[in-house]
Design a protein around this ligand. Structure first.
Ligand SMILES: [Zn+2]
Length: 155
């Protein structure tokens, strides 16, 4: 069970598992934005049960809250978060999309005042679910220019 070993090989911290392949490095850069000193191990294109491949991110010493994990939701909406203490999983939860993202993404609108004013970027998040097609659409609205963007612009 390579997967179990990979998760347990951390004394204390957080393992973000089942990250879609190609998104691991995006998550890495978000974590570094929050904590430039964070100790991070990234696994790319690892074998995954059932659905092919996945990325995994391990962060040493930082026990993620639901809120911390929510910041990664744009890149890994279906990821699982394992919080590890003393080599044991003490908490396990799914990433959930937050109501807003603050200070994480630059506004795609180059004329937006958030680029020239000393403010943290801020987006409201909305999602629509199409039950028939079983698809989720996520949209972000900038607090400053009020324009709305598809989540694909940030990936
Ligand atoms: Zn804007």
């Amino acid at each position: 069970m390579r997967e179990t070993m990979a998760v347990e090989a951390i004394l204390k911290g957080t393992v973000i598992d089942h990250v879609p392949t190609g998104q691991g490095l995006n998550i890495l850069s978000l974590i570094q934005k929050r904590d430039p000193q964070a100790q991070i191990t990234v696994g790319l294109n690892l074998p995954s049960k059932g659905n092919g491949k996945k990325d995994i991110i391990k962060v040493e010493g930082w026990l993620f809250s639901q809120h911390d994990a929510g910041e990664m939701a744009l890149y890994a909406p279906t990821a699982t978060v394992n919080v590890i203490d003393n080599y044991a999983v003490v908490k396990k939860f799914k990433i959930e999309l937050p109501d807003q993202f603050v200070g994480l993404f630059a506004c795609p609108n180059s004329n937006c005042i958030s680029h020239t004013e000393p403010v943290a970027s801020r987006f409201s998040v909305s999602q629509t679910h199409n039950a028939e097609a079983n698809t989720h659409k996520v949209r972000l609205q900038c607090h400053f220019c009020e324009r709305t963007f598809s989540d694909s612009l940030f990936k």
